[in-house]
Design a protein around this ligand. Structure first.
Ligand code: ADP
Ligand code: MG
Length: 756
């Protein structure tokens, strides 16, 4: 029985069929040189093959050292990133063509993406005239009706497509003068040796100049060579969730007996991909937990009780639940690694503060790291005000207690102030430090770091998370990561797969949801400015977010101050406007924020520096200019700056959308205030690659499965992974599964995950 590792260690060039020359169905090379070489030995040896070799042209043939060398199938496969048998067998068909259940051409739905099987009847090449592109028009028929094809800028189609040839065409169906048409469809020439029922159509093949059927031939040989494939999944998983056996699934995915079988097969193989990924994540998580000595914090301290009693409001149910979950972790001697997800304004900071106090009460220090200076200062201020009057035990000194000490450390903390904070952290008399990545600098050391809270995680990398944790000298501190931009739950299971997740899904009471209006045209924009004037005259305040010109802070700042001038002389004449951008000196920034908070500035004209964390409940309206330029998550985040008090708040998104995606983005924001829903839309629009990035090993292994489309299976895979790993941490009783995982990770990782 062959394993995945066997497949991974076998070169496709070991397959006889991969060493065959390409049949050169067409000069499909993208460099456009390509038409087939008349005398090329394509198709040699394969009897009954309809060779599509054209009649003219060179190309499709590589020259080396003056002698002709024919391109082999393996070369084309290589171009497609396929070098091992495993690569080949995980290069799954893009679609399947079922000969027995073809939709007749006459019944093709207009506008639909369709695949049809038809015979070429007539090929015409229209020469390019001035100002027009060369066009090849082709009529194909299914025996009853005709379909017209137009190929633009693909003159070689005239050689590729010959009368009488059977082709599979995929593309969008349109109608022109009552006739069904397809423009630039993708084409698979069906060769005479296909008598099967379902034809797999492989992706990218045309680009690399290899036909689906040639790939299919290589796959067929690979499957023969492989013989029986080993199934690494425990029987109970297959049974409980109704998954097909691996060997059957691999065969059916490539050579299905029916389209339904192909689907069942892909379901199994896609689950395997997700399961491997989750197994890696869960094993890593458990390994970290096993290996590090953490701190068992004492929860339920007097300090925390005093803090709770002094709060002007009571905790939301979600906050209570979150705190209970986090405290359960804090109490354990295992380092916590937890993600706190909650929509903008759900009160994450308070939860963090609570936990920091638990650490402090036990004599440890806490650190809160924020992504920007504005935010760090904001946190510092709100922490200081919440914690004023609290005291901590002071063993070994004259008095039994001393005031709790909160410090701020950013790049702007300099001179004597900085050395005081730094020595306070090293000496243990600073209890809680709030800061930016300045906390990560070399000179910063802690005496007894017990809890690290990282706010707005998406700005920090995994390494930075680890760097702060490593600042402790002694047991590993607990880590709480907070994100204000929710990501869909299933994506979180992967992006933050090594973290446990807590969700705050409730806003504090007394807030009315922000009403979002997409103001597309100048008239609606005028209404937005009118709303700003109204709110201000009613005693409220406003934000204006300036258009995103380019990434440069300097350019951004310049455009913000221009916009301020424009507004002051126009739509917002007579109001007190303030300016906030990243280029302002720190003192000025602070001064502006302070006067905005105090209410002496009516309207804050700002760049996206206000995106995170700024908290002024009296601000009830936000105007975002040129909203189409921002990402959906960013818009949601910005919008979260209003709606923080009990008054009705508004957010106006100005400008038209330049793309259908932009349209969908802005419409979604108008429709919903729910951050998780916004995140789902984001994932749908941008695709998972952008959310996952390359941060996560094993994501490249996802060929069939999609975090977006298969949310249910992601969750299922995670569940199964926990069950398997918690029962058998090193997969000693699941050797086949362990061997597969080793194929995916490098040696270091493998040693780490599988060592005893
Ligand atoms: P987040 O960081 O999740 O966006 P914050 O922690 O900044 O939200 O909280 C937003 C605002 O809500 C703050 O002004 C905070 O004081 C307030 N707040 C937090 N929890 C509660 C609560 N349980 N009841 C009322 N107000 C709360
Ligand atoms: Mg916050």
């Amino acid at each position: 029985m062959r394993s995945l590792a066997d497949l991974a260690s076998t070169d496709v060039r070991a397959l006889r069929s991969a060493k065959r020359p390409l049949r050169q169905l067409a000069g499909t090379r993208r460099d456009g040189r390509g038409t087939a070489e008349p005398g090329a030995p394509g198709g040699a040896g394969a009897s009954g093959v309809v060779s599509a070799a054209g009649t003219a042209g060179k190309g499709g043939v590589a020259r080396a050292g003056g002698s002709r060398q024919t391109k082999l199938r393996a070369d084309a496969l290589e171009e497609m990133g396929i070098s091992t048998v495993l690569d080949l067998l995980t290069h799954y068909p893009r679609r399947y063509l079922d000969r027995t259940s073809q939709t007749p051409i006459a019944e093709l739905e207009e506008g639909a993406d369709a695949t049809v099987l038809a015979t070429v009847r007539r090929v015409r090449r229209l020469p390019a005239r001035r100002g027009t592109r060369p066009v090849v028009t082709v009529d194909v028929s299914d025996g009853r009706s005709y379909l017209g094809l137009s190929f633009f800028n693909q003159p070689w189609r005239a050689q590729q497509l010959q009368e009488g040839m059977e082709v599979a065409l995929s593309g969008k169906v349109t109608t022109f003068r009552g006739r069904r048409q397809m423009a630039n469809p993708s084409v698979e020439v069906v060769e005479g040796d296909w008598t099967g029922r379902v034809l797999p159509i492989y992706p990218q093949s045309e680009k690399a100049g290899i036909s689906s059927m040639e790939i299919g031939a290589c796959v067929a040989e690979a499957l023969l060579w492989a013989g029986q494939l080993e199934d690494p999944l425990p029987g109970w998983v297959l049974e409980r969730h109704g998954f097909a056996p691996r060997d059957w699934a691999v065969r059916q995915a490539h050579q299905p007996g029916s389209v339904t079988d192909a689907f069942v097969a892909r379901r199994r193989l896609g689950f395997d991909e997700l399961l491997r990924l989750q197994l890696l994540l869960v094993m890593r998580k458990r390994a970290i937990e096993r290996e590090s000595i953490g701190i068992a914090h004492a929860v339920g301290s007097q300090l925390v009780a005093a803090f709770r009693d002094a709060l002007p409001f009571s905790l939301t149910g979600a906050q209570q639940k979150a705190i209970a979950e986090i405290e359960a972790d804090l109490e354990k001697p295992v380092p916590m690694h937890r993600l706190l997800q909650g929509d903008v304004g759900s009160g994450k900071t308070l939860v963090a503060l609570w936990c920091l106090l638990s650490a402090v009460a036990g004599g440890y220090q806490g650190a809160l790291m924020a992504p920007t200076e504005v935010l760090a200062e904001q946190h510092h201020m709100s922490l200081s005000s919440h914690l004023g009057g609290l005291s901590v035990p002071s063993p070994g000194s004259l008095l039994p207690e001393r005031p709790l000490r909160v410090a701020l450390l950013t790049n702007r903390t300099t001179g004597a102030e900085r050395s005081q904070v730094v020595s306070g952290l090293a000496g243990g008399d600073v209890d809680i430090v709030v800061g930016t990545h300045a906390l990560l600098t070399e000179t910063v050391r802690f005496l007894r770091l017990g809890l690290v809270v990282i706010d707005e995680q998406h700005r920090f990398g995994v390494e930075q998370r680890a760097a702060l944790r490593d600042k402790a000298n002694g047991p590993v501190p607990d880590v709480l990561v907070m994100t204000a931009t929710p990501i869909p739950r299933t994506a979180a299971m992967t992006v933050y797969g090594d973290l446990d997740t807590t969700i705050l899904d409730e806003l504090p009471p007394g807030r009315s949801p922000v009403k979002t209006v997409w103001a597309r045209g100048p008239l609606q924009a005028e209404a937005a400015w009118e709303a700003v004037r109204q709110e201000v005259s009613g005693g409220h305040q406003a934000y204006v977010v300036c258009p995103l010109v380019e990434e440069s802070e300097r350019v951004q700042a310049a455009s913000a101050s221009e916009e301020l001038t424009r507004l002051a002389g126009g739509p917002l004449k007579g109001l007190h406007l303030g300016l906030l951008h990243g280029q302002l000196p720190e003192r000025e920034k602070e001064a502006v924020m302070a006067s905005f908070r105090a209410g002496s500035i009516d309207v804050l004209v700002a760049t996206t520096v206000i995106e995170v964390g700024v908290d002024v409940p009296n601000a009830t309206v936000m105007v975002i200019e040129d909203a189409d330029r921002f990402g959906i998550a960013q818009l949601h985040q910005l919008r979260g700056r209003v709606g923080r008090g009990s008054a009705q708040s508004w957010c106006f998104l100005l400008g038209e959308a330049s793309t259908p995606e932009g349209e969908a983005r802005l419409a979604a924001l108008e429709r919903t205030n729910d951050g998780f829903e916004v995140a789902e839309v984001d994932l749908d629009l941008r695709g998972e690659g952008t959310i996952l990035g390359t941060r996560q090993k094993g994501v490249n292994d996802l060929k069939l499965a999609s975090l977006r489309r298969h949310r249910k299976y992601v969750a299922l895979a995670r569940e199964v992974a926990f069950e398997v790993v918690d029962d058998d941490p090193h997969l000693r009783h699941h050797p086949a599964l362990a061997a597969e995982l080793r194929v995916l990770v490098d040696d270091d990782d493998s040693q780490y995950l599988f060592k005893n």
